[in-house]
Unconditional design. Structure first.
Length: 266
C-alpha cells in the first residue's frame, strides 16, 4: 500500500458533518490508508451548514475561479481546503453559491431530495475532476461513497475518457442504504446528455430514483462495496451479478480489509 494514491470522494465526511455510516467510513478508510503508507485526498461538497471558522476552511485561490458548464449554464467553482486535526489528511471542498450555500445537505427540512440534486451532482463531479487535474495528482484508486457520487464512474469513462491523469485509475464504489424515495429529477438524462454522453449509458437516469443511480455507479465501477447491512435485494443482486471484485457488508466493517482489497483485487 506504500505510496499508493487513493482519492476519496463522498457527500459526507466527519468531522464536518454528523456521524452517519457513510460520513464515518469516509474518514476511517483514508485514515487507515495513511497509516499503511498510502497517500489520500478527500473531496466533499461545502454545504452551508459546515462551520468554516471552526474547521478552519480557507479558499485556495490558485484552484478556484474556473467556470463549469452545467446544462448550458456557466457556474463558478470555488475550492476550499482544511486539514483534519491530528491526522495527516487534507479535505478539499467543492463550493458554489447556487448549489451549496443552503444550510442542508441533500434533503430539505421535510426529508425530500432537493430538486436540483441532478445539477449539483454534475457540478460536483466536474469540480472534483477539474481540481484533481489542476493538482496534477494521478490517483491509483478512486473510492466513491454514496449515491451522490454515482456520476463519477460514467463521466470518468466517457466525458473524461481521454484524460491521461486517470488512465490507470481503478474506480471503487461503496453502496449505502437508500435515504430517499421516488425520483428527484425528470430531466436528469437530458442534462447529462448535454455533455454529449451517449444515451446507451444514461438510460437509467430516465427514472432518477435511488436504484437507478446505484445501478449507474455499479455498471461503470471496477469494484464494489456493500457498505450498509440492509441494502435492497435488487441492488445486492445487481452487485453480485456484475461479477466485479466486491466486499460484503460484514467484511467491509474491518478497515484493514480495504488495504488488501486495494492491493490485490482491483
Amino acid at each position: 500500500m506504500k505510496d499508493k494514491r487513493v482519492l476519496i470522494i463522498s457527500s459526507e465526511v466527519v468531522p464536518y458533518l454528523p456521524q452517519t455510516e457513510q460520513a464515518v467510513n469516509s474518514f476511517q478508510i483514508p485514515k487507515v490508508i495513511n497509516e499503511h503508507g498510502g497517500q489520500t485526498r478527500i473531496f466533499m461538497p461545502r454545504y452551508g451548514l459546515i462551520n468554516e471558522r471552526r474547521h478552519q476552511l480557507h479558499e485556495v485561490i490558485r484552484l478556484s475561479g474556473m467556470n463549469l458548464v452545467v446544462n448550458d449554464m456557466d457556474m463558478p467553482l470555488i475550492i476550499k481546503v482544511a486539514s483534519i486535526p491530528k491526522e495527516r489528511m487534507q479535505v478539499y471542498f467543492i463550493d458554489n453559491e447556487e448549489y451549496f450555500k443552503r444550510r442542508s445537505i441533500l434533503h430539505d427540512d421535510k426529508g425530500k431530495c432537493h430538486k436540483d440534486n441532478d445539477e449539483r451532482m454534475i457540478f460536483f463531479t466536474k469540480g472534483v475532476v477539474e481540481t484533481v487535474k489542476k493538482l496534477n495528482w494521478a490517483p491509483d484508486i478512486i473510492h466513491l461513497h454514496g449515491w451522490f457520487t454515482a456520476l463519477f464512474p460514467l463521466y470518468l469513462k466517457t466525458y473524461y475518457g481521454d484524460e491521461p491523469l486517470f488512465s490507470d485509475s481503478k474506480i471503487l464504489s461503496s453502496i449505502y442504504a437508500p435515504d430517499f424515495e421516488g425520483t428527484f429529477s425528470k430531466n436528469f438524462e437530458q442534462k447529462v446528455a448535454f455533455d454529449k454522453i451517449d444515451s446507451k449509458h444514461t438510460s437509467d437516469l430516465q427514472n432518477a430514483n435511488y436504484e437507478a443511480l446505484v445501478n449507474l455507479a455499479i455498471s461503470h465501477s471496477d469494484g464494489l462495496i456493500m457498505a450498509s447491512e440492509n441494502l435492497p435485494e435488487t441492488v445486492v443482486n445487481y452487485i453480485e451479478e456484475s461479477k466485479k471484485p466486491q466486499l460484503n457488508f460484514a467484511d467491509s466493517k474491518n478497515e484493514e480489509v480495504y488495504i488488501e482489497f486495494y492491493s490485490k483485487k482491483l
